[in-house]
Design a protein around this ligand. Structure first.
Ligand code: GRF
Length: 214
C-alpha cells in the first residue's frame, strides 16, 4: 500500500472550463482554515470561463491556455505541465474541466490529479450525469471524488456522497442538490490528503482513521 502524499500544506493548481463553483468552495474552505492548502494558479482552456474571473477576483493567478494553439494534445499538455511545475503544484484539481487528460499530463502528475463527478461512479460517466441518473430512474445518485486516470471518470475513488432523487426532480434541481454535496466532499478529500491519511493499493483507496476514531 502506498501513501498518496505525506502530510503537508498543499499547493493546489486548478483546471476549470466553466462556472467555477467547486473552485470557489475550495477557496472558501481554505479561507475558513478547514483545508490546509493554498491555490497557486487556476488555468482554463476556455477564455470565457467565469472561473477565470472568480480566480482573479480572489487575487489568484488566472491563466488561459488555448489548446487550439497546439499541434495536438501532447504539446498542449506539455505546456500545462511546465506551467504547473513552475508553480510547484503538489496536486492538480479538475473542477469542471471539460477535457480528457492524457499520458503526458498523467505521467508528470501520477496519482496527483483529482476530479469531481456528479454521480456515484462507476454509474453515469461522462456528460450530463445527472440527466443520465434521471433517465435511468435511480432513487439515489450523488457525487464522487476520484483520482484521474486516462479513462473518462474511471480512476480510483477517494470519497462518494449519496443524494436522493425525488419524483419531482429535473436535471436542474438534481444538479443543484448534488452540487451542494460536491462542494463538501471535494474539500474533505483534499483535507484528508493534506493530513497524509489517504493510501492507495491498486484501485482501492484507504482512508486512515484518526486516533480514537471507530
Ligand atoms: C460539476 O458538476 C462537476 O461535478 C462537473 O462539472 C461541474 C463543474 O461545476 N465535473 P463548477 O464549474 O465547479 O461550478
Amino acid at each position: 500500500m502506498k501513501q498518496l502524499m505525506e502530510a503537508k500544506h498543499l499547493r493546489l493548481a486548478v483546471l476549470a472550463s466553466g462556472r467555477g463553483s467547486n473552485f470557489d468552495a475550495i477557496c472558501e474552505a481554505i479561507d475558513k482554515k478547514v483545508l490546509d492548502a493554498e491555490i497557486s494558479v487556476l488555468i482554463s482552456d476556455n477564455p470565457n470561463a467565469p472561473a477565470l474571473q472568480k480566480a482573479a477576483a480572489r487575487g489568484i493567478e488566472a491563466l488561459h491556455i488555448n489548446p487550439r494553439e497546439f499541434a495536438g494534445r501532447d504539446d498542449y499538455e506539455a505546456v500545462l505541465v511546465r506551467e504547473l511545475r513552475a508553480r510547484n503544484a503538489d496536486l492538480v484539481i479538475l473542477a469542471g474541466y471539460m477535457r480528457l487528460v492524457g499520458k503526458v499530463f498523467l505521467s508528470a502528475f501520477e496519482n496527483r490529479v483529482l476530479n469531481i463527478h456528479p454521480a456515484l461512479l462507476p454509474s453515469f460517466q461522462g456528460l450530463h450525469a445527472q440527466q443520465q441518473a434521471l433517465d435511468y430512474g435511480v432513487r439515489i445518485s450523488g457525487c464522487t471524488v476520484h483520482i484521474v486516470d486516462e479513462g473518462m471518470d474511471t480512476g480510483p475513488i477517494i470519497l462518494q456522497k449519496e443524494v436522493p432523487v425525488y419524483d419531482t426532480d429535473n436535471e436542474e434541481t438534481l444538479s443543484e442538490r448534488i452540487l451542494l454535496e460536491e462542494h463538501q466532499i471535494y474539500q474533505q478529500a483534499l483535507q484528508l490528503i493534506a493530513e497524509g491519511r489517504v493510501w492507495i493499493e491498486g484501485r482501492r483507496v484507504f482512508i486512515q482513521k484518526q486516533s480514537g476514531e471507530a
